[in-house]
Design a protein around this ligand. Structure first.
Ligand code: GDP
Ligand code: IMO
Ligand code: MG
Length: 435
């Protein structure tokens, strides 16, 4: 037990997964992403140097074998750009990074189509990252998508691509999208990408299963968050992939029995980028303070993140869906200056307390959070590394969350740097990492 671990977002993304993956990667041999694409932005700060990983697993910074699994949608241009930037910064990528031959390929017209659907009057705008993620997953599920293996097989690619292009041209005309698409130029560019990607592309399910057989440990790096999961999140205001722990075996090709533990990453408050219900959103100056102190602006798009208070019903729900063995609580330091801190302890709907996550957008929007006020600690926790140095009220805050959620908080993050971390003595998390 505990050998192969999933680390994933317990809220709406941007919980600090990048920092946490980097922190624990040394216990593993391979780090693999299992879903999403370059809509992710995982920040890792190492001695003042900042890296923002989008497609490449954060484990690359620790020199780990890194894998982009079959569950991802890959924009070759974005991937090559990211690799070049990492190598320019002195990170060795080639020879360490492998891309699944079954991962799907994003094309520029996916972005065009996304812009069109997002902007169409009368349609719900999701507030996507405009990376073509949704339309590419649409093609995957519609069984007309093009995978890495298809891209590398020249003859096959031409045929598949031309059929897909014909399809897209029909859609473009039907929706009167003015923007012209030069399908032939795109095909040529992708044929060039194929040659640059070829050395990295392989059957990563086999690579991972071989690693398992050789006794290697795998860390699964989730992107987005449970509430953005296409099945279990706040549909339709979600991303188009399976961000939950169950996505790990599907998105990598290892058997579910090879996933031994699940670690949830959560902020000590809550944020969300893009549209959709957010029961504990704070519209007042305290919400503004969270954004300012927490520097809550998107790592990928620069958009201001919506900010609000810790939501216990939401964490209980995401703990249920993922089966968290332990939680990492990040950005505790952002709460240092508050006199009191509201925490949502229950949801009310139509005057009654509910103990289920509403399934519809309408019900979720109508939820009234029930708050308890917890006293703030008003003293700096930023950079602390020992649990006993935390102010008693900060410990009370964490204990309150832990007790109500019903999952241990094994690790507390007090700043963006690797070292700004508190490990809870005797926690299950340390035990499962050190196995
Ligand atoms: P991810 O997408 O889950 O990897 O999270 P992001 O990188 O998008 O956003 C998290 C942001 O918070 C990044 O800018 C991190 O450097 C920063 N961060 C992570 N942990 C802490 C922490 O404990 N305190 C503070 N102040 N910042 C943190
Ligand atoms: P990381 O991995 C936060 C959000 C978008 C939008 C919705 C759908 O850094 O936590 P998409 O482009 O995926 O179709 O957009 O999902 N979103 C994220 N929010 N963190 C992310 O990634 C996100 N990736 C997508 O803002 O609301
Ligand atoms: Mg992010």
């Amino acid at each position: 037990m505990g050998r192969n671990v999933v680390v994933l977002g317990a809220q709406w993304g941007d919980e600090g997964k990048g920092k946490v993956v980097d922190l624990v990667a040394r216990h593993f041999d391979v780090v693999v992403r299992y879903q999403g694409g370059h809509n992710a932005g995982h920040t890792v700060r190492i001695q003042g140097r900042q890296f923002i990983l989008k497609l490449v697993p954060s484990g690359i910074l620790c020199g780990k074998l890194s894998v982009i699994g079959n569950g991802l949608v890959v924009d070759p241009g974005a991937l090559l750009e990211e690799i070049d930037a990492l190598e320019a910064a002195g990170v060795e990528v080639r020879g360490r990074l492998f891309v699944s031959n079954r991962a799907h390929v994003i094309f520029p017209f996916h972005r065009t189509l996304e812009r069109m659907t997002e902007a169409r009057p009368g349609r719900l705008a999701i507030g996507t990252t405009s990376r073509g993620i949704g339309p590419c997953y649409e093609d995957k599920v519609a069984r007309r998508g093009i995978r890495m293996a298809d891209l590398l097989d020249r003859e096959n690619f031409r045929q598949l691509y031309d059929a897909l292009a014909e399809d897209k041209e029909v859609v473009r005309a039907a929706f009167r999208i003015g923007e012209p698409v030069d399908f032939a130029a795109i095909r040529k560019q992708y044929e060039e990408y194929a040659e640059r990607l070829r050395p990295m592309v392989c059957d990563t399910a086999k690579l991972l299963n071989d690693a398992l057989r050789a006794g290697r440990r795998i860390l699964f790096e989730g992107a987005q968050g449970t509430m953005l999961d296409v099945d279990h999140g706040t549909y339709p205001f979600v991303t188009s992939s399976s961000a939950v722990a169950g996505g790990a075996p599907i998105g990598t090709g290892v058997p579910p029995t090879a996933v031994h533990a699940v670690v949830g990453v959560s902020k000590a408050y809550l944020t969300r980028v893009g549209a959709g219900p957010f029961p504990t959103e704070a519209f007042d100056e305290r919400g503004e303070a969270l954004r300012r102190v927490g520097v809550e602006f998107g790592a990928v798009t620069g958009r201001p993140r919506r900010c609000g208070w810790f939501d216990i019903p939401l964490l209980r729900y995401t703990a249920m869906i993922n089966g968290f063995d332990s939680l990492v609580m990040t950005k505790l330091d952002v709460l240092d200056q508050f006199d009191e801190i509201p925490v949502c302890v229950a949801y009310r709907l139509g005057g009654r307390e509910i103990d289920e996550m509403p399934a519809t957008h309408r019900a979720m929007t109508a939820v009234e959070p029930v708050y308890e006020m917890l006293p703030g600690w008003r003293s700096p926790t930023a950079g602390l590394t020992r649990y006993e140095d935390l102010p008693p009220r900060a410990r009370d805050y964490l204990n309150f969350l832990e007790e109500r959620i019903g999952v241990e908080i094994g690790c507390i993050s007090t700043g963006p740097e690797r070292e700004q971390t508190i490990w809870r003595p005797g926690c299950k998390l340390l035990e499962l990492l050190e196995r």
